[in-house]
Design a protein around this ligand. Structure first.
Ligand SMILES: Nc1ncnc2c1ncn2[C@@H]1O[C@H](COP(=O)(O)OP(=O)(O)OP(=O)(O)O)[C@@H](O)[C@H]1O
Ligand SMILES: [Mg+2]
Length: 308
């Protein structure tokens, strides 16, 4: 009796498989594949992808991505978003057909992530429902609301002498170790109970100093309303380059829901250093005209926040 049952089950399974095989119609999916010509610090030259668009995401072996930055007739200059050591000349490169985007959402609050949306803390993997491109058109100046609500830093002397408002941008300039980061972190701590979401974007800093900042935010209960985006000094220049853009898209997601957001870019000197090296390797002039991410264009393009 039991053998019969087993036979029935096996027969049924094979019948199902046969049916599946008969109804399966293989379809051809075109896949554009190029190959790596040369590799240098953070930069890869790729040939054989004539259809690739500007700023398109290209996929390298080992799930490493890069952004197509220089589109020449013969080759493409790509800024890598992963470890360059894992890429070799001759490796296959695939087009993805999409531009760089970043996962956004409420799930990110309280988390420490990298610009690709991968968790950097001990927490579980983050499940996302929405992604936003990192390059988005900025709202026109005339569309922006007037600055009417104060954004208090909690430092009496700053709030009294140079008050900052919600929707305003403020640049913090100063020599090394003069307390620029301290002002930004105090401001985040001061947003407790003020219904402001904070995004702290650490660009190319030492892991130990970022760890101290995160510990400070945790200790004071500020992680309940803060998202920390981290790129460390030894990360790929591409990751450092996209970090402020990715953080801005995350902040804009909350802004579009009508929430108030404070975003801190700490610091843009490190941001400038990464792309300048990459642009030189790509044989682009490293001056203002070639450098989309410097603080001046950034200030024009962004809508809010404190800047360091
Ligand atoms: N108001 C203050 N009074 C005393 N010490 C301070 C004050 N603000 C910051 N510090 C101390 O000064 C040091 C440098 O601060 P911080 O890291 O904020 O400077 P920074 O300008 O961001 O430096 P960097 O240019 O390296 O990023 C830290 O050890 C910090 O604890
Ligand atoms: Mg600092």
């Amino acid at each position: 009796m039991q053998v019969d049952d087993l036979n029935k089950v096996v027969d049924g399974t094979f019948k199902g498989l046969d049916k599946g095989l008969k109804t399966f119609i293989p379809s051809f999916v075109p896949r554009e594949v190029g190959y790596v010509k040369s590799v240098s610090a953070g930069i890869v030259k790729v040939s054989g992808l004539p259809g690739a668009g500007f700023e398109e995401l290209l996929k390298f072996p080992g799930d490493i991505f890069g952004i197509a930055f220089n589109l020449d007739e013969e080759e493409i200059g790509v800024i890598l978003l992963g470890e360059v050591a894992q890429i070799n000349a001759g490796d296959e490169v695939e087009r993805t057909g999409r531009v760089m985007d970043v996962p956004v959402g409420e799930e990110l609050i309280g988390r420490v992530i990298n610009p690709l949306g991968e968790p950097m803390d001990e927490g579980n993997a983050i499940t996302f429902t929405k992604r936003l491109p990192i390059e988005r058109p900025a709202h026109a100046i005339m569309d922006r609301a007037q600055v009417t609500v104060p954004m208090q830093t909690g430092l009496k002397v700053i709030d009294a002498l140079i008050p900052v408002g919600r929707g305003q941008r403020e640049l913090i300039l100063g020599d090394r170790q003069t307390g620029k980061t301290a002002i930004a972190i105090d401001t985040i701590l001061n947003q407790h109970d003020k219904n402001v979401i904070c995004v702290y974007c650490a660009i190319g800093q030492r892991a130990s100093s970022v760890a101290k900042i995160i510990a400070n935010l945790r200790e004071n209960g500020a992680m309940e309303y803060t998202i920390v985006m981290v790129t460390e000094g030894d990360n790929a220049p591409g990751l450092k380059f996209i970090a402020p853009y990715a953080a801005t898209s995350i902040a804009e997601f909350f802004m579009e829901q009508g929430r108030d957001v404070l975003i801190v870019y700490d610091d843009l000197t490190h941001h400038a250093k990464g792309p300048i090296g990459s642009f030189l390797l790509l044989r682009r002039p490293p001056g203002r005209e070639a450098f989309p991410g410097d603080i001046f264009t950034f200030i024009q393009g962004c809508w809010s926040g404190l800047r360091i």
